[in-house]
Design a protein around this ligand. Sequence first.
Ligand code: A2P
Length: 282
Amino acid sequence: MKTFELNNQTMIPAVGFGVFQIPNNGPTYDATLAALKAGYRHIDTAAGYMNESDVGKAVKDSGIAREEIFITSKLWLQDYGYENAKKGIENSLKALDTDYIDLYLLHQPYGDYLGAWKALEEAYQAGKIKAIGISNITVNLWNKFKDGMTIMPAVNQVEFNPFTQQKELRKVMDENNIRLEAWFPLGHGNKDLLENETIVSLAHQYNKNAGQIILRWIYQEGVISLPKSTNPERMKGNIDIFDFALTDDEMKAIQALDTGKATHNPEDPANETRLMGLKIHD
Ligand code: A2P
């Protein structure tokens, strides 16, 4: 598995397995174990997914050394604010049954964000978290929060795929050496994307499937991707993208597919209200 270097010299596997919307108590355990068996070494979970404990169990039962697996988790809004965040981090460590988390993100950009960030910075300095980052941060939100941060985030995990290329955000993140991570790298199964002519024709040319072409493009863009698949063949295939390379012209052809739009707008007040209302514990 190829890796990228983060701004604190931590190495992160370029493709991770995302467990968003996979239930706990079985399904996430099975999916994580299958992913590790298929060769994934990077699992992306979140307190808000409520399946950290299955990820932790699967990592333990995989027989693979802990230090060979990169685990990302995220703090949920309910645990924002400095004091709550300290507890939230401890809860994630406990649920994952691990001494450290490789990467820990602030999941959503609302509430007492900077209080929570301070707790992440302290956990980072204490070695409980090896890298800290942000998620769903737009340029406006970055400008709102950046001055309150002492440690520069290592990543910003946002919606990203050939239709949603976040060009303005990428420029600002690049200037700050913050690497993008892609959620919905395959457009969450969007047929218009997976059946796009440019992508399908490249798939034929390289004897790969559409998802593999997209994930290879994301890799060559220098972005970490977190594809999800419940299909064992596709799960395997989604990390089998390192034996071919897209040319500059082919990269440009996919760059031209950008719509400049995303399905999720973190600045929409309706999203803030909805997400702030989601409780994951008492
Ligand atoms: P499946 O689970 O049947 O493989 P995203 O990661 O952007 O959220 O997208 C996940 C969706 O993309 C799922 O519906 C998944 O379906 C589908 N998918 C995953 N890998 C591929 C692939 N290589 N080609 C086409 N569709 C894929």
